[in-house]
Ligand binder design. Structure first.
Ligand code: HPA
Length: 248
């Protein structure tokens, strides 16, 4: 039995169109997840939804209990995770409004609890993370995007930065030199924790602003919110299509 888990980010704290049937408050050895997990029906399929910043979008990226979130999803029976991310666009193809299914990550975060394998009493574990995103989930998302009229990119490298401040222009220049296409604050350690629990994980990202120094103006919340409004509606449409053909 498979169960799709959806992690919502900025602009997706509540899931429009999700018919919630039950809320699961899960305790984990790592503490409490960001919110109760919402069990519901999306396009006829049962899904589990967790807003990573909490129900009121109040938990900043560095304070999210990523370990509890991923552990809780696993415990309630989630078998696959789709993570939604609002990101800044670095390279040209990643303009505001464009969706992407990234294929790589570089982690620039620090000071976060980033492993479930940190007990010296247990044997040491190194997970393979060469390809951080699951190819079957990525292919499923790409299929639905290809059937849509939306602008989207196949692949791209996601830079995970510490936040909650946005980057400097020089930092973005450095990320671009490193090969990054998009930048967000929550992809790590979320992705690696899913890998540690053997949970296939893929990301659907929405560019909500040109990254720092990539436009002639300062980045404003108003600008971001304007893109989020229509962009998250597109994200939800793709996720609903995906859920519809997901084999439970
Ligand atoms: N940088 C980091 N995270 C983000 C951005 C950005 O420009 N936009 C949305 N999330």
């Amino acid at each position: 039995m498979r169960l799709l888990g959806i992690i919502g980010g900025s602009g997706l704290a509540q899931y429009p169109g999700l018919e919630i049937t039950e809320q699961k408050q899960v305790e984990t050895p790592y503490g409490e997840p960001s919110a109760a997990i919402k069990m519901g029906t999306l396009n006829g399929k049962k899904v589990a939804f967790l807003p990573r910043h909490g129900d009121r979008h109040s938990i900043p990226p560095h304070r999210i209990n990523y370990r509890a979130n991923i552990h809780a999803l696993k415990v309630i029976g989630v078998t696959d995770i789709l993570a939604v991310a609002a990101v800044g666009g670095i390279t040209d193809k990643y303009a505001p409004g464009v969706l992407s299914v990234p294929d790589q990550i570089i982690d620039y975060t620090y000071g976060r609890e980033m492993t479930l394998f940190d007990d010296p009493a247990e044997p040491l574990v190194h997970v393979d993370f060469s390809w951080p995103f699951d190819s079957a989930l990525r292919n499923g998302l790409k299929e639905k995007l290809a059937e849509s009229e939306l602008k989207w990119n196949d692949g791209g490298c996601y830079a995970a930065t510490q936040g909650p401040r946005l980057e400097t222009a020089a930092e973005i220049t450095r990320l671009e030199r490193d090969g990054c296409d998009i930048v967000g604050m929550t992809g790590m350690p979320e992705a690696v924790l899913a890998r540690e629990l053997a949970l296939p994980y893929a990301m659907l990202s929405l560019v909500v602003n040109p990254a720092a120094g990539k436009s002639s103006h300062e980045i404003t919340m108003a600008e971001i919110e304007a893109v989020i409004h229509d962009g998250m509606a597109n994200v939800c449409r793709v996720l609903a299509d995906f859920a519809g053909s997901y084999t439970a």
